[in-house]
Ligand binder design. Structure first.
Ligand code: SF4
Length: 369
């Protein structure tokens, strides 16, 4: 394949080109690749990137789309753990490309495999479970490395997203009396609390403290062991932000993503994954007012797409996911034009041994509603 626009495939040459020149080149490369490529765009991507995606969604929807896609190249405009999941779920012949390898996720980085293995060894050592997970089910949020997903798969555990976290907890509690939830303490706490588990039956494992900063008795009595991780974007929302928007805009509805703190979620009118937040706003009557506790690109897009309603961010101090923002139109163009030239750049490949068990955990997730 070739395109007139592809004059050089070195990334440095792209990074100096202004955004406005990128649209036509991305479109041309996309057309040349045809059905050989599919572009997936996460809701938190900037407009200049997401408008080129064939499918947009949250990590759950995109992981399903990746699993069903027939395209040879899956170009993932998201962050590293999402591209890893796409590689795990895709067929052997498919290649997953992340346009900027620096697009990571601070939450996923908060649970390193060595730390999680160390935690598990302590739990086994205390006699709380066997190594196979016969008394504690490890459940990991999609926002974790493939190694953590593989860890869970190998020990009878599962992956979940914010869309199906409650289903994953129910599935886990049907097997074992305890759950170890990785790596987002807020999603774990909000989900378990909504299922009727009181806060005093949850403990937080701090990987930087001896034995997680917990006593053996606290671990024995807990139903849910939460990993001490969080999303640096969603954790910025505070309960006082909810009070503030309600004072400023009487009648406004507060929608919060469950990665927000428990105190914020308790005050919110509704909780939801990004897909659920989108649906709630779309289906609301004209004139409705919403303050939304999630990433700013999605909130701004919702405001533009729902001009008959008022949609504002819950906190206007800039809740931007800086790592999602790393995928620029220049990176996308560079990745696509390289594919046109037959060069697969920034390919994400998960090692076979990790892939097997991560796939087991992801397949379990896809079977849970
Ligand atoms: S919004 Fe938070 S959890 Fe999502 S990719 Fe960014 S840092 Fe990670």
């Amino acid at each position: 394949m070739s395109t007139a626009a592809a004059t050089s495939c070195s990334l440095e040459n792209y990074l100096v080109i202004p955004d406005v020149s990128m649209d036509d080149r991305i479109t041309a490369a996309r057309e040349t690749l045809g059905q050989h490529a599919v572009i997936l765009g996460h809701h938190y991507q900037r407009d200049e990137v997401i408008r080129h995606s064939d499918f947009r969604g949250d990590s759950y929807r995109l992981s399903k789309t990746a699993a069903e896609s027939k395209a040879e190249y899956i170009v993932f405009c998201g962050v590293h753990f999402m591209a890893e999941s796409a590689d795990v779920l895709s067929r052997h012949s498919q290649k997953v490309v992340l346009p900027d390898l620096n697009a990571g996720c601070s939450m996923a980085d908060m649970a390193e495999i060595g730390q999680v293995e160390d935690c598990w060894e302590h739990l086994v050592g205390l006699g709380l479970t066997s190594d196979a997970g016969d008394a504690i089910t490890p459940v990991t949020y999609m926002n974790s490395t493939a190694a953590i997903k593989g860890f869970c798969g190998e020990r009878g555990g599962v992956v979940c997203t914010s869309s199906n976290a409650a289903g994953a907890f129910k599935w886990a509690f049907a097997k074992t009396p305890k759950v170890l939830f990785l790596p987002d303490q807020h999603l774990g706490r909000n989900t378990a609390f909504a299922m009727g588990i009181p806060l005093n039956q949850m403990v937080v494992w701090d990987p930087y403290m001896p034995m997680g900063g917990l006593t053996a008795d606290r671990l024995r009595s807990a139903k849910v062991i939460l990993w001490k991780g969080h999303c640096s974007v969603h954790q910025r929302f505070l309960p006082e932000h909810v009070d503030k928007v309600r004072n400023l805009y009487p009648g406004i509805k507060v929608l919060a993503h469950p990665e927000c703190r428990w105190e914020v979620c308790q005050k919110a009118d509704a909780l939801g994954s990004t897909d659920r937040i989108i649906k709630l706003i779309r289906e609301a009557p004209a004139g409705s007012k919403f303050a939304v506790g999630t990433e700013i690109h999605l909130v701004n897009r919702l405001a533009k797409e729902n001009r008959d309603k008022m949609v504002i961010t819950l906190d206007d101090s800039g809740c931007l996911c800086t790592t999602m923002f790393r995928i620029s139109p220049q990176h996308l163009c560079w990745a696509l034009e390289n594919l046109v030239e037959g060069n697969v750049v920034n390919r994400i490949v998960v090692k076979d041994d990790v892939k097997h068990w991560a796939r087991v955990a992801l397949d379990r997730m896809l079977s849970i509603q």
